[in-house]
Write a protein that binds this ligand. Structure first.
Ligand SMILES: Nc1ncnc2c1ncn2[C@@H]1O[C@H](COP(=O)(O)OP(=O)(O)O)[C@@H](O)[C@H]1O
Ligand SMILES: [Mg+2]
Length: 238
């Protein structure tokens, strides 16, 4: 079986500085795959390249059997790849409902869109309760929920989440992680980028540790969770 996403020897540079130095990994349908690593490892650069926001300087990306090189970002969304970006980037002056609608900008099936809005409210009841309020009034964790809900509105085959736990309280972080587990149980395929290695490894089928642009270690989430070097370097143990 071919993987839903295949990344082969991907390279991405900002000018002369290579931020991603030839990484390879795959995501199979139904899996949660995580990229972990400290600040500056190249995780966000990788996701932005998969989304078509940055151009690779080398390598190949194949999504759902199609090469992604030279496909513009909006067409990549149409192919089924959605991105909940680092920092969330919700529209603070628009309402929660309007933010969700924007995630469906490529769709015209009104009834289907409404069904998926309701699904987002089931997943995150707080969004439903506050649907008519400006999104800027939400807490950081609630804005993260909105960013995830908005990404799901394109009915993606692959959902990419960039640091969903960033800046959140432990309780809110647990809520977000529990939602990722729920989405996986519903069959959503997820590529999760996290600095919070403990949380990400606990729920991932496969994990890759990135350091300064390279994948240094790969394995199942459980294997890496119990790996001595990973525990020392990323889980703060000595
Ligand atoms: N817009 C940019 N211009 C130049 N360098 C950048 C830019 N964005 C990121 N970088 C550099 O690329 C490297 C990888 O960054 P990034 O992908 O954001 O890492 P991560 O998401 O793992 O923290 C870092 O050295 C960072 O400073
Ligand atoms: Mg990042």
């Amino acid at each position: 079986m071919t993987a839903l996403l295949e990344v082969e020897d991907l390279r991405v540079a900002y000018g002369k500085i290579e931020a991603v130095k030839g990484i390879s990994f795959t995501v199979e349908a139904g899996q949660v795959v995580t990229l972990i690593g400290t600040n500056g490892a190249g995780k966000t650069t990788t996701l932005r390249t998969l989304s078509g926001l940055l151009k690779p300087s080398g390598g190949r990306i194949t999504f759902d059997g199609k090469p992604l090189s030279d496909i513009p970002a909006h067409k990549i969304v149409a192919l089924g790849l959605a991105h909940s970006p680092e920092g969330r980037h919700i529209f603070p002056r628009l309402t929660i409902a309007e933010n969700l609608q924007l995630g469906a900008f490529l769709r015209s099936d009104k009834a289907g869109i409404e069904k998926d809005v309701q699904r987002a409210y089931e997943l995150f009841p707080i969004l439903g309760e506050r649907r008519k309020q400006a999104a800027g009034t939400l807490s950081g964790g609630e804005q993260q929920m909105l960013a995830m809900g908005r990404a799901l509105m394109s009915q993606p085959k692959l959902l990419m989440l960039d640091e969903p736990s960033m800046g959140l309280s432990p309780i809110m972080m647990q809520k977000i992680m529990a939602t990722i587990v729920e989405l996986k149980a519903q069959g959503t395929t997820i590529l999760l980028v996290e600095q919070n290695a403990q949380a990400a490894l606990s729920l991932a089928d496969h994990a890759h540790v990135m350091e300064v642009g390279e994948i240094k270690l790969s394995g199942s989430g459980q294997d890496l969770l119990h790996d001595e070097n990973v525990r020392k370097t990323y889980l703060g143990e000595d």
